[in-house]
Ligand binder design. Structure first.
Ligand SMILES: O=c1[nH]cnc2c1ncn2[C@@H]1O[C@H](COP(=O)(O)OP(=O)(O)O)[C@@H](O)[C@H]1O
Length: 152
């Protein structure tokens, strides 16, 4: 995920421009702007689509969500290039890895990460992506979600 200019966590992405031609073209343009030219090989397509959520506040919008599983080498290359991205230091303050585990105290790791502030529906999107990509078992996701709502 990324730390945004407003101090909240969110996903790389943004508004589609009329010139983009398609949702995926807009998404891939935004990824290059926020993650740098290293994002070009990612080339997300319709097969990576996970669904849409609607938002009424602070503005009415439909948030389309895509997720793609990367190899560790691909992730490292992205991270290494991200500080050269056009938006780095402006809209994007840095990339963050998400802890995919829960520590023995039942709170450290994913539950504590989920207690951060997220923009829009990004928290729900994160849980959806971790399940859909098979990165965290569904039962563990539900436990982490519940533990993070309980607080310290
Ligand atoms: O990662 C995300 N997941 C879901 N919604 C998001 C995410 N990032 C931004 N949004 C939503 O998109 C809208 C615009 O976001 P942003 O603040 O980045 O654009 P802006 O700079 O044009 O205001 C906000 O309503 C926000 O809730």
């Amino acid at each position: 995920m990324q730390m945004r200019f407003d101090g909240r966590l969110g996903f790389p992405g943004g508004f589609v421009d009329p010139q983009d031609g398609s949702l995926e073209a807009g998404l891939n343009r935004e990824l290059r702007e926020e993650l740098g030219p290293g994002a070009a090989p990612l080339n997300l397509d319709e097969g990576d689509y996970l669904g849409a959520r609607c938002e009424e506040t602070p503005q009415r919008l439909v948030a389309h969500f895509y997720a793609k599983r990367l190899s560790l080498e691909q992730l490292r290359a992205l991270e290494a290039g991200a500080t050269n991205a056009k938006d780095h230091g402006l809209e994007v303050l840095g990339l963050v890895r998400v802890p995919l585990y829960t520590l023995r105290d039942g709170a450290g790791g994913l539950p504590t990460f989920l207690s951060n502030s997220f923009v829009g529906c990004a928290r729900e999107q994160l849980l959806q992506a971790l399940g859909a990509l098979g990165l965290v078992p569904e039962a563990e996701l539900r436990r982490a979600d519940a533990a993070s709502r309980k607080g310290p």
